[in-house]
Design a protein around this ligand. Structure first.
Ligand code: NCD
Ligand code: ZN
Length: 344
């Protein structure tokens, strides 16, 4: 049985770092494991301009503990009013690596999201021309659509027409959760990738209701049934370069998760690589972990692969119940349970 794995240092292609005191507490977890991360722009207010992204990047670097290395890859938050000029400024800044599409109201801090993609055409055409990727939260927000069908319906209603209009637009289908999304990405022509979280590889929707409501397994897009989880495992372990790591680690204070109207988001930055290793190990595919974690992402984004390495050891350890975060605490995924792999 393999007892250690050495990997090229991985990157996280979808991460929420928040800001202020929360940023200060969560950033070291990510920076310990990953060299770079695509940093989501859903702050309050959202990061909608190149100038705001530059300022946020500076705050992230200022929050990084002495001696740690980490490169934040910034994103803009697409709104109905994002202009082609702003896209130009983003590309010129050299620090913006994608533009995030949140359908209005789809998730945490998505109130300023896009109401109609038709309103963003000038920005999207400019992104296509300049090769700046669109990062898509792929769920419709139509209240008539069953919560568990929102991703599949998004493919038909939004993604297929969009890609017909802008076939050369670079696009990442973020945190995919269904077999429909896996098949769509596999078959898609052009420059298309998809990120997969560790929690969607490890859990199906039963985890949300095991013996009672389990708010720490609630994220968006929500966990789906087992057949979908199996399709995600098959995609992640296939070696197909379209699929790569994106934790979607999304910290919320404990009290807002354990709440009558709990926030969406799982906190996995603490133990991200251990969770992925567990999922790949269970699938008998540890040999596929490195390409998924460390090669496919930079190749998609046109960035160099990292050159240093990290190591995981087969050691059982217990995930803490909670961790300090700002003036509250955050509960990591699988708190109190044990993991078989440890990042050393
Ligand atoms: C994210 C958050 O909390 O910012 N939550 C989540 O459940 N993933 C937003 C998002 O990525 O949808
Ligand atoms: Zn996210």
């Amino acid at each position: 049985m393999t007892s250690t794995i050495t990997l090229t240092r991985p990157d996280d292609w979808h991460l929420h770092l928040r800001d202020g005191v929360v940023l200060r507490d969560v950033l070291p977890h990510t920076a310990r494991q990953f060299a770079r991360a695509i940093v989501m722009p859903n702050l309050k207010p959202p990061v909608t301009t190149a100038a705001m992204a530059t300022a946020y990047r500076a705050r992230i670097l200022a929050a990084l503990p002495e001696g740690m290395h980490f490169e934040p890859l910034m994103t803009l938050y697409l709104t109905d009013n994002t202009s082609a000029d702003e896209i130009h400024r983003a590309v010129d800044s050299g620090i913006v690596h994608g533009v995030k599409l949140y359908p209005a109201g789809a998730t945490t801090n998505a109130d300023a999201g896009v109401t109609d993609l038709g309103r963003c055409m000038a920005a999207l055409e400019q992104m296509q021309a300049l090769g700046l990727p669109l990062l898509v939260h792929g769920e419709v927000t139509d209240g008539e659509i069953d919560l568990f069908d929102r991703e599949a319906v998004f493919i038909d209603r939004v993604l297929i027409p969009l890609r017909r209009q802008l076939p050369a637009l670079k696009l990442v289908f973020e945190h995919i959760t269904t077999k429909e999304a896996v098949h769509y990405v596999q078959e898609a022509e052009g420059h298309m990738g998809a990120t997969i979280t560790a929690h969607h590889l490890l859990y199906n929707r039963n985890a949300l209701f095991k013996g009672g409501v389990r708010p720490h397994y609630y994220c968006l897009p929500v966990l789906k049934r087992e057949t979908h989880r199996q399709a995600l495992i098959a995609a992640a372990t296939s070696g197909n370069a379209k699929f790569f790591l994106g934790t979607d680690s999304a910290p919320h204070p404990k009290g807002l998760k354990e709440h009558a109207c709990g926030c969406a988001g799982c906190y996995t930055a603490l133990h991200a690589m251990e969770l992925y290793a567990q999922a790949f190990d269970q699938a008998g595919a540890l040999d596929k972990l490195e390409a998924f974690s460390s090669f496919h992402g930079p190749d998609f984004y046109g960035l160099p692969r990292n050159t240093d390495t990290v190591r995981l050891e087969r050691t059982e350890w217990r995930i803490p119940d909670e961790l300090p975060m700002g003036d509250s605490t955050v509960v990591p995924l699988d708190a109190g349970q044990s993991l078989n792999w440890k990042f050393v």
